[in-house]
Design a protein around this ligand. Structure first.
Ligand code: MN
Ligand code: MN
Length: 393
């Protein structure tokens, strides 16, 4: 260990687990996964304020199993991948033009965000009321638990994120129409539908899951008239079309049952953080937060009390998680705009701003507690800004 550390002589900037500010750490001579180290600079060299045991709060869709079918693919991050994420699970799915996620249902509610492309969704509720809609980029849908539904990509294909209100969910273990047919005796199917058994000669032998079909025609050509009408609450919401809450350094679009009434178990925010800006120090009093990074790169530090804090790096395609009430902030560490979704198993979006809490508490108390400078005391704001830019920092 007498040879000079390579980080001092290396011609290229190869990151080393060494923190120049306090001289802690040393070179890593390998074996090492340099690409992973470069993707996780704040894990390799954590800020000095990181300390203590905090569970893993990150999982990349790139590290999951890909389910490949004719007609599309899917992959998921559930409690099996990210054990702390017990409240929500997520599925990233893409369908080729005309590709179908077959007729199915599940015990969990389904919330979804269309990342790109277009799809047609259908559903029927417990009162025989039906629903059909075309979904475009930035649109959401929500299917209450147990209601049967389908998804089919339109001419350009599509990719979307599905979020389920149970971390134990798996999209590979739902209730599918083909699976039930395959596991029901033919004579029972015959009696149920009042047709001869020969009518079932060609049904699939197993669960289909995703299959390739033709691109469907115009939506009006597919509509089925129900004697009971259509569902009373819209299952679709245009999130990106919603007027954002603009703040210096970014924007936020909040969606929950107050503006998307059917969505009683999932609340969400679509957050935009410009380069150099951050989502301020805050927490959520009502639910764990499940994040999906859509664009750019950032880092999040989570504070859990008892002297514990841990920092993670995230980029597009990663999932982050924050247990209820744990303090956290997110910084844009790249030169592109950082976009991410934060989802909560709740009917309402709720957050507490550290800054606002301090501003609405007796000054003398905050001052004596923190020995805060007059400068800090003067900077506190009574209004909550979910995204804040610190110019010059
Ligand atoms: Mn589903
Ligand atoms: Mn948050």
């Amino acid at each position: 260990m007498n040879k000079p550390p390579p980080y001092k002589s290396a011609p290229m900037q190869i990151p080393q687990p060494y923190r120049p500010s306090d001289g802690n750490g040393g070179p890593d001579y390998g074996p090492r996964d340099l690409m992973r180290d470069m993707e996780n600079p704040d894990m390799l060299v954590p800020p000095v304020t990181d300390a203590g045991l905090l569970p893993n709060l990150k999982f990349a869709f790139s590290d999951t199993h890909m389910q490949l079918n004719k007609g599309g693919w899917s992959r998921e991050i559930t409690v099996r991948d990210l054990p702390i994420a017990t409240t929500l699970a997520g599925v990233n799915m893409s369908l080729t033009p005309g590709g179908v996620r077959e007729l199915h249902w599940h015990q969990q509610a389904e919330w979804s965000y269309m990342i790109w492309g277009r799809a047609r969704i259908t559903a029927v509720d417990q009162n025989g009321r039906n629903f059909i809609a075309d979904i475009g980029p930035g649109d959401l849908w929500y299917f209450p638990k147990g209601l049967p539904h389908s998804i089919q990509a339109l001419a350009e294909g599509c990719e979307f994120l599905l979020v389920f209100d149970d971390g134990n969910f798996s999209d590979l273990n739902t209730l599918s129409i083909s699976d039930w047919f395959a596991h029901t005796p033919r004579n029972v199917l015959s009696a149920n539908f009042g047709v001869p058994e020969s009518a079932f000669a060609n049904i699939p032998k197993d669960q289909v899951y995703i299959y390739q079909d033709q691109v469907p025609g115009p939506i009006d050509s597919q509509k089925v008239q129900s004697p009971y009408g259509t569902v009373p609450l819209n299952f679709k919401h245009r999130l990106l079309a919603q007027m954002p809450l603009k703040t210096p350094g970014g924007s936020v679009r909040i969606v929950d049952s107050s503006n998307f009434p059917i969505s009683t178990t999932v609340a969400a925010a679509l957050v935009e953080i410009e380069p150099g800006a951050m989502r301020e120090l805050h927490w959520h009093p009502n639910a764990d937060e499940w994040q999906y990074y859509l664009n750019g790169q950032g880092r999040m530090t989570v504070f859990s009390g008892g002297g514990k804090a841990r920092t993670f790096d995230y980029r597009a395609g990663d999932v982050g998680y924050v247990p209820v009430a744990f303090g956290h902030y997110i910084q844009n560490t790249g030169n592109q705009t950082l976009w991410f979704l934060e989802m909560f198993r709740s009917d309402r979006f709720q957050d507490i701003s550290l800054n606002q809490w301090m501003a609405l508490t007796p000054r003398q108390l905050v001052d004596s507690n923190l020995h805060a400078s007059p400068e800090l005391m003067a900077a506190l704001r009574k209004e909550k800004w979910p995204v804040v830019k610190y110019p010059g920092f």
